[in-house]
Design a binder for this molecule. Structure first.
Ligand code: DGL
Length: 248
């Protein structure tokens, strides 16, 4: 299978990492809209317009599937993207909700949902979790995490100050949904802050779990073909991909 992976920037590389670890695809085409990141502070109309443009871009590749590796786009624009796409499209929000429900036996578990302002305002996670019987939720828009990750700042004083700013009123949850694909890069810092008993739900692992339920993956692709595109400075994105994904 040939898959397209889309994010507003470099965050979706955390999803590519999971896809590579599980050796699911023969060919992966990544597109990051680096010229217009962040999406998380924009409104539905703008996010949808950009997302439809990404579908147009992917039409050059005869894909079997598009994975929207961006929670913000998944929360707002999947329906509109599907209307113009020649291939199926799946998003990370639905996958994250199912993965959370699979990870937590107790419906009373306290779940902290982190995401961009747009994702949190959409209430996509809350609605999905409530419908599965999870009602003990805390939600927090932590948009500053996006530029920090884009700057490759994953620990240290700035991260500690940002956590203090966002989490002062937050009680220690049983699980945290990393509802933005940039956030897994802060996993270690979050785990140190909240303690190792808190489960972290990662969009990449969630999408792999979801894909395995939907499709029958018989072949393993140890060395898939990878191509990286960006709307601005693709060389910078390729350099980050190379280092994060430990590519040769
Ligand atoms: N990586 C995107 C997400 O999963 C958000 C980053 C942005 O604000 O563009 O929501």
């Amino acid at each position: 299978m040939k898959v397209g992976v889309f994010d507003s920037g470099i965050g979706g590389l955390t999803v590519v990492k999971s896809l590579l670890e599980h050796e699911l695809f023969e060919e992966i085409i990544y597109f990051g809209d680096t010229a217009r990141v962040p999406y998380g502070i924009k409104d539905k109309n703008t996010i949808t317009r950009y997302a439809i443009e990404a579908v147009e871009f992917f039409k050059n590749f005869e894909l079997d599937l598009i994975i929207v590796a961006c929670n913000t786009v998944s929360a707002y624009a999947l329906t509109e993207m599907r209307e113009t796409s020649p291939c199926p499209i799946i998003g990370v929000v639905e996958a994250g909700i199912l993965a959370t429900s699979n990870a937590l036996k107790d419906k009373k578990s306290n779940i902290l949902v982190l995401g961009t302002k747009a994702t949190i305002n959409s209430k996509a996670y809350e609605t999905g979790l409530n419908s599965l019987g999870f009602n003990n939720l805390q939600t927090k828009a932590t948009g500053l995490f996006v530029p920090l990750v884009e700057e490759e700042i994953f620990s240290g004083e700035i991260i500690e100050a940002t956590f203090k700013h966002y989490f002062e009123q937050i009680s220690v949850p049983h699980a945290i949904i990393l509802g933005c694909t940039h956030f897994p890069l802060l996993s270690e810092a979050l785990q140190n802050y909240f303690g190792k008993d808190t489960i972290l739900i990662h969009s990449g692992d969630a999408i792999v779990e979801h894909l395995r339920q939907k499709f029958d993956f018989k072949i393993k692709y140890k060395e898939p073909t990878l191509e990286f595109f960006a709307s601005e400075n693709p060389e910078a994105l390729r350099a980050i991909a190379k280092s994060w994904l430990q590519l040769k």
